[in-house]
Design a protein around this ligand. Structure first.
Ligand code: SF4
Ligand code: SF4
Length: 326
């Protein structure tokens, strides 16, 4: 019997949603399991790191890694899996662009620890215990993974062949990516495996989006009775569909939520946040200084809005916090 291609899955700093997205393949996962040997998948299979280390270089046909790079163990596993895999695929926004996890780059490493282990109102830590780099257990020294200064994308650590966008990606995209690997019909190396057009092109509300939109106030969903059958942006609600890659089946729009940008920027855009900010600025209907300030102040949480999925891959990276690693 011919040998099946080997596939691996790994997670770095991940919420688990991307792992769920594989399970969301539902009965299609049977077709995938039938076609491949899954040789490593920590969330589902008891395969040890040393088993991966014992594999030959390039032995794994394709590895999908989700989650951002936060600790040094993520870096070493990314390097090991790169070495053992013919193809390395960044799976989901965190691996692709840094994701929600990389919003931590707005804070210094020490401030994150202080907040988490001391200042959060629900934390009680009278001994002032903070994470350490090692500990003694039953007379044995245990080294713990180091916490890096900044969150990185996967391709800031190792070469990545392809990207599956989304937070999380749709099961359809994951299945299509795996089938493209198996059927040897992948596009040019480095491609994002989704549509190249903006979400608006496939949005079910696109017919109600006017040619020109002028905005006097950015409104939040709870502030007024909005019409779910009309384009969000046309009603003054921030929707990043015009500057976000399509291919998500407009899941959020279908659930009456505007696009928040998880599929990342279109090709040739280097900074998703800067692009989104300049796009929204172009819609503001005023030239009066005071009114401009009032309208821009109505944009909710600008840093979190524009860089929600892409801070690590942006031009800002972690420099905002003055981290030494950049
Ligand atoms: S991309 Fe989204 S779903 Fe996937 S690990 Fe990151 S936060 Fe979770
Ligand atoms: S701006 Fe948003 S709601 Fe309007 S057409 Fe584009 S994706 Fe759809």
């Amino acid at each position: 019997m011919p040998k099946k291609p080997k596939i691996a899955f790994y997670w770095c700093s991940s919420c688990g949603g991307c792992e769920e997205s594989i399970l969301d393949l539902a009965e299609d996962i049977l077709a995938v399991v039938e076609a491949v040997d899954i040789v490593f998948w920590p969330v589902a299979l008891d395969v040890k790191y040393k088993d991966v280390a014992a594999m030959g270089d390039g032995e794994i046909t394709a590895t999908l890694i989700n989650g951002a790079i936060r600790i040094d163990e993520h870096e070493s596993m990314a390097r090991l899996l790169r070495q053992k895999s013919k193809l390395l695929i960044a799976h989901g926004s965190c691996a692709h662009l840094g994701g929600v996890v990389s919003l931590a780059n707005f804070s210094e490493r020490e401030d994150i620890f202080t907040r988490l282990y001391s200042d959060v109102p629900t934390v009680k830590n009278p001994q002032g215990l903070f994470p350490k780099s090692g500990t003694i257990d039953s007379g044995n020294y245990l080294e713990l993974p180091g916490f890096n200064d900044t969150v990185k994308t996967l391709d800031q650590v190792v070469e990545v062949d392809y990207y599956i966008p989304g937070c999380p990606p749709t099961p359809e995209l994951i299945k299509e990516a795996i089938m493209a690997v198996l059927e040897d019909r992948l596009p040019e190396r480095g491609a994002v495996l989704a549509e190249s057009k903006a979400l608006c092109h496939t949005c079910p509300l696109k017919e109600s989006k006017p040619e020109t939109i002028r905005i006097k106030k950015f409104k939040r969903l709870y502030e007024f009775e909005w019409d779910p059958s009309r384009c969000f942006l046309e009603q003054g609600i921030v929707c990043l569909g015009p500057v976000t890659r399509g291919g998500c089946n407009a899941r959020c729009i279908g659930a009456n939520m505007p696009c928040s940008g998880c599929f990342g920027p279109l090709d040739n855009v280097t900074d998703q946040g800067a692009k989104a900010a300049s796009f929204l600025a172009s819609l503001i209907d005023s030239t009066d200084e005071e009114e401009l300030q009032r309208i821009t102040a109505s944009i909710p949480d600008p840093a979190g809005l524009f860089y929600r999925y892409s801070l690590a891959s942006s031009m800002l990276k972690g420099k905002v916090a003055g981290n030494k690693s950049d």
